[in-house]
Each structure stands twice: as structure tokens, then as C-alpha cells.
Design a protein. Structure first.
Length: 447
């Protein structure tokens, strides 16, 4: 199979083509912002604490605020990829050093495998809602094959999204918006009590893309194109997706969706022409699984830079299908919480070091980039700050551990506190402190 000139190089040694404009990036990220998981996850937006449903105004405001904050983080994390031409995990060589960068790389591979399995699972469940007679396993295999093919030709897939898929998605979303606004019962009552954890949830939805933003941004014609297309496309699409999800949950019934997240698909299929337009959204969902498999591929290339990415894509595609077939995918909300706790502070450390401490002037992404273990400290502090300040529930034993930590240090979490923002702030301030101390040590050494 010959390499296509305007496609992603087969190894990290090749120069990345700069072929994606703002419309390409906007179409890619708008499609990524519309997720079938977002429809079912609207219940987490409406009632993140499980016992204090938000008002409609609070839920929609949380969707907008969380999307803007999260996508701004993702957009900023994309710019270094455009400027250096390197994928996300290779960029971390400049932050942590080549060998230390393997730590977040492995974590990213794990989370991308999880996301890929989630996506194949949700594609299969959604397709089964349209064609109930076809077994779940068949849809997983079909989606897995299509995902792998798209991953082998990633830039061609992005151009395909812009030219053909995005229009169909816009028409489908508009159709369902009209139907749901007409048919959904009035959303009355609710409070603002769970606003902070709802924002945490939406930020986590967005910021889960931080570890892969540069994988596509490195092929942008400019940093402005990457940032504008990403923030604009993803924010608009995610807010629309969550808004539709809120009304779909109202029609299906919160109790039914809580018992089975795929119950939220029923209103889509039951709508007039619903099966047709929902099928478009199901087919589009393969861009989510494709993006995850492709980013897993280039993450592995940080560990093994001279291995052909097509080999990695094929292996990851098979592995993702296997996980989707044998693993019970039920901990979506908890999974998002863990993602936010790991990658929000990592982004903050990268952004401060690259943009504020002059890292962009000599960012070393070589295979022999020197270790910078001091940068792990702000990341770790941000991780701790996330769990001290977040009120989003995950797993009972994990939440209990952090409750005990708060009691031990005499820290009282306030209702207005937000885990993602707390983690980013602490990690950013700690990075500035590390930078100041490093500067003093360098000046002292020269005397």
C-alpha cells in the first residue's frame, strides 16, 4: 500500500502535510461534538448528584459554560501541535522529557481504548434501536471495520466529513430539535444546586479531547485555523447535542434512561422520519471511534516512532472491537471524572510552560529530550486539587477516600467549587512557581 502524499506520514520521521483549513477543522470538531453518548449523558447534566435535578435554565447554562471552558482548553492545547508539527504525546517530550512522557502516553492509550470501546458500544446499541433484529455483535464488527479503515486514511476522512457528512448532521439535528420542542413535556421545577458538578461533567466531555487535539491540529494551515475551527465547531455542536439530549430524556423518562442509557434513543427512532435521520447520526458516530483509534495510533508512535501507523491502526481496531464485545460499559460518568482529573491539570501545566514561560521558543520533542521530572509535581498537585474540590460522584470507595482526605486536612468543599477549574488553577500556579525556582537556580549557576 503506497503512502499518499497529502496523508499523514506512516512514521514520525515524515513531515506532516499542512492541508486542513478552518472549515476542515470546524467540520471535524462539530461532528465530534455531536455524540450519541452526549444524548444519553444528558441525564448526568440534568442531575449530576443523583438527587438534585437542575432546572432547565441551570442545565443549559452549565452546557454553555462547560463547553466554552472545556473547548478553550482543547483549542489552546492544539496550537503547539500546529507550531511544531508534532502529535500530542510527542509534544509532551518537551514538557516532561522523552522518557517521562511515556507516563501520560500510556495513560492516554488506556483512556483512548476506553473511549473507542464506548463508541463502538453506543454505535451498536443505537443501530440495534433502528434494526432490532440484527445482533449487537454484528454492529460492533461493522463499526470496527469502518473505524479502522477511516483511521488508516485520517486526513482523507476529515475532508470527507467536511464535504458530505456535516450537512446531513445539521439537517438531522434541526429536524429532531423541531420534533422534540413540539413533543417534549414542559421541564418545570429543579434547582441550581448541582450547577458546579454539571459544569464539571461538561468540561470533562470537552477536555477528554485535549490529549488528541494536536494530532489533527498539526496538519492545520495555521494555529488560528485550528483554534477557531475547534472551539467554534465543537462548542456549538456540543451545546446543541446536550440540549437535544435534555429533551430526549424528558420524552423517554429520566427513570428509564437511568436504568438503561440506550432508552434515550427511543424518542429519536420514534419521531417522524426518525429512523432515517437517526441513522445519519449513527453513521456519523464512527468519526468518534475513528478519532480515538487514530490518536491511540500516534500515541503508540511516541513509544515506537518508526513503526508503520497502519499496523498500529489495525491492531488497535481489533483490540477496541474485542473490548466492546466482552466488556460491560456502564461507568460512563465515573470514567469522565477520572479523565478530567488526569488531563485538565496536565493541560494547565503544558499551557503555562509553553505560552507563559517561553517554552515555545525551544520546545524539544526529540527522542533524547532531557527529563524534566519537576513538571510532574504541578500535574500531581492539580490532580489532588481536582478531587478535593469536585462534587461529581464517581465510585463510592474513591469518593470516600477523598472525603477522608478533606477531613484529615480540615478542608471544607464549598458548593460553588468546580473540580476542573480548581485543578487547572492549582496546576497553573504550581507551574509558575516551578518556573520561577528554575530560573533562580539557572541564574545562580551562572554566577
Amino acid at each position: 500500500m503506497a503512502h499518499v502524499v497529502d496523508e499523514v506520514p506512516l512514521t514520525l520521521e515524515g513531515a506532516p502535510p499542512k492541508t486542513l483549513g478552518v472549515l476542515d477543522q470546524g467540520a471535524l470538531w462539530a461532528n465530534l461534538g455531536v455524540s450519541l453518548l452526549g444524548f444519553s449523558g444528558a441525564l448526568l447534566l440534568l442531575d449530576p448528584l443523583g438527587n438534585a435535578p437542575l432546572s432547565l435554565a441551570a442545565a443549559l447554562t452549565a452546557a454553555v459554560v462547560g463547553s466554552l471552558v472545556g473547548t478553550a482548553m482543547v483549542g489552546l492545547s492544539a496550537i503547539p501541535g500546529t507550531q511544531t508539527g508534532q502529535p500530542a504525546m510527542v509534544l509532551l517530550r518537551g514538557l516532561f522529557g522523552a522518557k517521562v512522557s511515556y507516563v501520560p502516553t500510556v495513560l492516554n492509550i488506556i483512556q483512548m481504548l476506553g473511549w473507542g470501546a464506548f463508541e463502538l458500544w453506543v454505535i451498536a446499541k443505537a443501530a440495534s434501536a433502528i434494526f432490532p433484529g440484527v445482533p449487537y455483535q454484528v454492529w460492533v464488527l461493522v463499526a470496527g471495520v469502518l473505524t479502522t479503515v477511516l483511521s488508516i486514511w485520517p486526513l482523507g476522512s476529515v475532508r470527507l466529513l467536511r464535504r458530505y457528512v456535516t450537512v446531513g448532521v445539521i439537517v438531522s439535528m434541526a429536524w429532531f430539535a423541531v420534533v422534540f420542542l413540539r413533543d417534549a413535556p414542559a421541564h418545570t421545577g429543579g434547582t441550581w444546586t448541582g450547577f458546579a458538578p454539571a459544569v464539571d461533567y461538561v468540561i470533562a466531555l470537552s477536555v477528554s479531547w485535549v490529549p488528541m487535539a494536536a494530532d489533527f491540529a498539526r496538519h492545520s494551515r495555521s494555529g488560528r485555523a485550528a483554534f477557531t475551527g475547534l472551539v467554534g465547531g465543537y462548542t456549538l455542536a456540543q451545546v446543541a447535542c446536550l440540549g437535544l439530549g435534555v429533551y430526549a430524556v424528558a420524552i423517554a423518562g429520566a427513570g428509564a434512561v437511568n436504568a438503561d442509557g440506550t432508552a434515550v434513543f427511543t424518542p429519536f427512532v420514534a419521531a417522524p422520519l426518525g429512523a432515517l435521520f437517526f441513522a445519519i447520526l449513527v453513521l456519523r458516530e464512527t468519526d468518534q471511534s475513528f478519532a480515538n483509534v487514530y490518536s491511540t495510533t500516534v500515541s503508540l508512535q511516541n513509544l515506537m516512532p518508526r513503526v508503520d501507523r497502519r499496523v498500529f491502526s489495525t491492531v488497535i481496531g481489533v483490540l477496541t472491537v474485542t473490548i466492546a464485545l466482552v466488556v460491560d460499559v456502564t461507568s460512563y460518568g465515573a470514567f469522565l471524572g477520572v479523565i478530567g482529573a488526569v488531563f485538565v491539570p496536565m493541560f494547565a501545566v503544558l499551557a503555562v510552560d509553553y505560552f507563559l514561560l517561553g517554552g515555545s521558543r525551544n520546545w524539544d520533542t526529540g527522542e533524547d529530550a532531557p527529563a524534566r521530572p519537576a513538571m510532574l509535581a504541578p500535574w500531581a498537585l492539580g490532580f489532588v486539587a481536582y478531587w478535593l474540590t469536585t462534587s461529581s460522584p464517581t465510585m463510592a470507595w474513591w469518593d470516600g477516600f477523598w472525603a477522608a482526605v478533606r477531613d484529615a486536612i480540615g478542608f471544607t468543599r464549598q458548593p460553588w467549587m468546580n473540580g476542573a477549574l480548581g485543578a487547572a488553577l492549582v496546576a497553573a500556579l504550581a507551574t509558575l512557581l516551578v518556573g520561577a525556582l528554575s530560573g533562580r537556580l539557572r541564574r545562580a549557576a551562572r554566577r
